[in-house]
Design a protein around this ligand. Structure first.
Ligand code: PGA
Length: 250
């Protein structure tokens, strides 16, 4: 049985005082949650968020990291640095990073390896554009991205990788994939993992859906057979909305 992981992705939002008050409000609301609760916050909120989340069941993640450990990479933050302050999760290869910051599948693969080297749990994003979906290429695109992201990882590392299926056309668009479409895509990703790493590994990998998940559609999506959680942008900025997604089964 896979335990669901519900992760917020604040993107470039929330000042430290907002982070502190959001987490303070959220903590009592989610303390009975059956799923793993994660908030991926901007670098500048990490330390405040970690302190505020101490003693709660809320885990803190970053939204990106560099694959090198240290050195002359002005403006970058390494996995080792994240680990040193107590971060547990890191989003890797979000479509906004691929699109606006030219992240390639190869960089994504290196970052995942660096995350594991620093005992961070990677949440790896894959997803197709609207054009790719309309031309019938969605499954090829996402299985290919998955295969490249996981290349060279051990079975154990693959088991501990969280994949977030995020169709680009559904992100921040208010447009959600139907639960059937989202489930089918997650299933294809799982089949690809089974093909390369075996059914046992594939059965244990957490595959989330992301893209305009909100309280109104969370239950239906999260009850699908192959959707093991959510990566939530807009609806994770407020404790009241995020809490409803986390507690979708209550
Ligand atoms: P959204 O973002 O929930 O605002 O669509 C999801 C994401 O980009 O991770």
């Amino acid at each position: 049985m896979r335990r669901k992981v519900i992760a917020g992705n604040w993107k470039m939002n929330m000042l430290p005082n907002e982070a502190i008050s959001m987490i303070t409000n959220l903590a009592p609301m989610v303390k009975e949650a059956d799923c793993e609760v994660v908030l991926c916050v901007p670098y500048t909120d990490l330390f405040y968020s970690l302190l505020t989340a101490q003693g709660t069941n809320i885990k803190i993640g970053a939204q990106n990291m560099h694959f090198e450990e240290k050195g002359a990479y002005t403006g970058e933050v390494s996995g080792k640095m994240l680990k040193a302050i107590g971060v547990e999760y890191v989003i890797i290869g979000h479509s906004e990073r691929r699109q606006y910051f030219a992240e390639t599948d190869e960089m994504v693969n290196k970052k995942i390896k660096a995350a594991f080297a620093n005992e961070l749990k990677p949440i790896v994003c894959v997803g197709e554009t609207l054009e790719e979906r309309e031309s019938g290429k969605a499954f090829d695109i996402i299985t290919n991205q998955t295969q490249k992201a996981l290349d060279g990882l051990t079975n154990e590392q693959v088991t501990n990788t969280i994949i977030a299926y995020e169709p680009i056309w559904a992100i921040g668009a208010g447009k959600t994939a139907t639960s059937q479409d989202a489930n089918e895509a997650c299933k294809k990703i799982r089949e690809k993992i089974a093909e390369i790493y075996g059914q046992n590994v594939a059965d244990r990998v957490i595959i989330q859906y992301g893209g305009s998940m909100k309280p109104e559609n969370a239950k239906e999506l999260l009850e699908m057979t192959d959707i093991d959680g959510g990566l939530i942008g807009g609806a994770s900025l407020k404790a009241e909305t995020f809490e409803k997604i986390v507690n979708y089964n209550k």
